[in-house]
Design a protein around this ligand. Structure first.
Ligand code: SAM
Length: 351
C-alpha cells in the first residue's frame, strides 16, 4: 500500500468491537470495498448485460436514487474505520458517471488504495484526471484480440484497438494495469494463448476469469465454463508457468509466473475452486445497499439511514452488524439449481 494510514485503533473513535478487526461468522475480516457508481454501461456484454434484458425498456436507477459522491465518500470513510484497505470503483461502467475523478479525489483523502475496473472505452480521455486525483491502479476488461469475437461479446460494436489504446494511455500515466478476460467456452477460449502472448513481457497482468452465474439474465450453464486449470495448462504448454504466492490474504486471482521471466498471469476460479473461505469483500451498490456476496439475492439498505440523518457511529454499527452476521459461501455450494436462483445483477451490485 503506498499511503500511510493511521492504525485502526486511532481511526475508530468509539470501538464497538473487540479485538481490532470486524470479522464475520466464518472469521473473515472486511478488507476490500467495491463501490458500484452506476448501474449503466455503454457495452452490452452478453455474459453480463445481455441486450435482450437491458434494452430500451429496462429501467435504470433515477439520479435521485443513486448515492452522491459526497455520500459515497462519507460511507467509504466509515468503511476504512472498520478495516477496509482497498477500494475498487466499478459498475456498470464507472466512467459513464460524470466527473468520476471528483470522487477519486474525495476517496484519496482516506489514505487507502483506490482502483478502478473499466471497459476502457472512456479511459483514454479521463485517465490523466483520474491519476492526478489519486487513482492507484486500473483494471481494463478485454475478452479477445480478435475484433469479430470481441464485438460479439461486447455487443456494442466496440473494437479491440480502442481498448488497447486505453491500456497504453493508462500505462503512459504510470498506472499499473491489469487486464480482465472472461473466458467462455466456444466463444473466446481459442484466444487464450494469443492473449497471453500479447501481454507477456509488457508488465501488464492478464487475468483469465471463469465465466460465472452472476445475476439471472446471462443463461449460464456449467458447460460454458473453461476451468482455470485448463487455461494454465494451455498457456504452460507454450511457455511453462509456475505458481507464485498471493500478494495479500484473500487475493482473488491465483498468480502464475512465466518460468522464462516474462512476467505473470492470474486466474480467477470462482466456479471450479471457490475462494469463499478467504473472501473479504463488501459491496456497496449504486443506490447505497450493502451486499456481502457477489451472488446475493438481496442487500441491506444503507441509503435510508444515511438520508435520515444517522450519525457516523450509527452507520458504522449497522455496517459492522451486517458483516458480523455474514455467512455467505455461495461459490462453495453452487449447483445447477442454485445457478437458476434469482440473484442481483452484477451491473447493479458492482463487478
Ligand atoms: N464495466 C466495467 C468493465 O467492463 O470492466 C466494470 C464492471 S464489469 C461488471 C466488471 C468485470 O466483471 C469485468 O471484467 C467483466 O468482464 C466481469 N464479468 C461480468 N460478468 C461476468 C460473468 N458472468 N462472469 C465472469 N466475469 C464477469
Amino acid at each position: 500500500m503506498k499511503k500511510v494510514i493511521p492504525l485502526v485503533a486511532e481511526r475508530r473513535a468509539a470501538p464497538p468491537f473487540q479485538g481490532g478487526k470486524v470479522v464475520d461468522t466464518r472469521g473473515r475480516p472486511m478488507r476490500d470495498l467495491r463501490i458500484s457508481v452506476t448501474d449503466r454501461c455503454n457495452f452490452r456484454c452478453v455474459y453480463c448485460m445481455p441486450r435482450e434484458v437491458f434494452d430500451a425498456h429496462h429501467e435504470f436507477l433515477p439520479h435521485s436514487a443513486i448515492l452522491t459522491f459526497e455520500e459515497i465518500a462519507r460511507l467509504a470513510r466509515i468503511f476504512v474505520g472498520l478495516g477496509v484497505e482497498k477500494i475498487r470503483l466499478t459498475g456498470g461502467e464507472p466512467l459513464v458517471r460524470r466527473e468520476l475523478h471528483r470522487l477519486v479525489a474525495l476517496l484519496d483523502e482516506l489514505g487507502v488504495e483506490i482502483t478502478l475496473t473499466t471497459n476502457g472505452s472512456l479511459l483514454a480521455k479521463q485517465v490523466r484526471n483520474l491519476k492526478a486525483a489519486g487513482l492507484d491502479r486500473v483494471t481494463v476488461s478485454l475478452d479477445s484480440l480478435d475484433d469479430a469475437t470481441f464485438k460479439a461479446m461486447n455487443d456494442a460494436d466496440y473494437p479491440v484497438a480502442k481498448v488497447i489504446e486505453a491500456i497504453e494511455a493508462a500505462a503512459a500515466e504510470g498506472l499499473p494495469v491489469k487486464i480482465n478476460t472472461v473466458v467462455k467456452r466456444g466463444v473466446n477460449d481459442q484466444d487464450i494463448v494469443r492473449m497471453a502472448e500479447r501481454w507477456r513481457g509488457s508488465g501488464h497482468i492478464v487475468r483469465f476469469i471463469e465465466y460465472m452465474d452472476v445475476g439471472s439474465s446471462n443463461g449460464w450453464v456449467m458447460d460454458d465454463v473453461v476451468p482455470s486449470a485448463e487455461v494454465v495448462r494451455r498457456i504452460s504448454a507454450r511457455w511453462p508457468l509456475e505458481p507464485i504466492g498471493a500478494n495479500y490474504p484473500g487475493e482473488v486471482a491465483e498468480r502464475w509466473r512465466y518460468v522464462d521471466g516474462a512476467g505473470e498471469i492470474g486466474v480467477i476460479s470462482s466456479v471450479t475452486q471457490a475462494f469463499c473461505s478467504s473472501c473479504n469483500r463488501m459491496r456497496l451498490s449504486t443506490e447505497g445497499s450493502l451486499f456481502t456476496c457477489l451472488f446475493a439475492q438481496s442487500g441491506h439498505d444503507l441509503k435510508s439511514l444515511l438520508r435520515a440523518g444517522a450519525s457516523d457511529e450509527q452507520i458504522r454499527n449497522e455496517i459492522a452488524a451486517v458483516w458480523q452476521r455474514r455467512d455467505d459461501r455461495y461459490s462453495e455450494i453452487r449447483t445447477a439449481a442454485t445457478a437458476k436462483q434469482r440473484k442481483v445483477e452484477m451491473s447493479y451490485i458492482g463487478g
